[in-house]
Design a protein around this ligand. Structure first.
Ligand code: FES
Length: 104
């Protein structure tokens, strides 16, 4: 069981305009698809790149550096050269704020 941390106002994260936040040593990317929010590691699993600076196509994250792709719902790598998954974090919305659950 992790701990829940408030990370941003929900209305600061738009679909196609993700947001990176630093929280307790994690660099986390916040994503939105419709009314649903997702949180992933912001660092690509392939090399040094900030995924929130890449493109979003639906649930798909496209790394800005080499074009590797990930599913923001599961962290699964979808396209070479990304092969290893990225971390994902449970998200909840409460009183207009986004909370994520970090591992202990
Ligand atoms: S750094 Fe992301 S695919 Fe290479």
């Amino acid at each position: 069981m992790g701990r829940w941390v408030k990370v941003a106002a929900a209305d600061t994260v738009a679909e196609g305009a993700p947001r990176a936040v630093a929280v307790d040593g994690w660099e986390v990317a916040l994503w939105r698809v419709g009314d649903a929010f997702y949180a992933t590691d912001d660092l690509c699993s392939h090399a040094e790149a900030s995924l929130s600076e890449g493109e979003q196509v639906g649930y798909r994250i496209i790394c800005p550096r080499h074009g590797g792709q990930f599913d923001m719902r599961t962290g699964q790598a979808l396209r070479f050269p990304a092969a290893a998954p990225i971390a994902t974090f449970p998200v909840r919305v409460q009183d207009g704020a986004l909370w994520i659950e970090l591992p202990e």
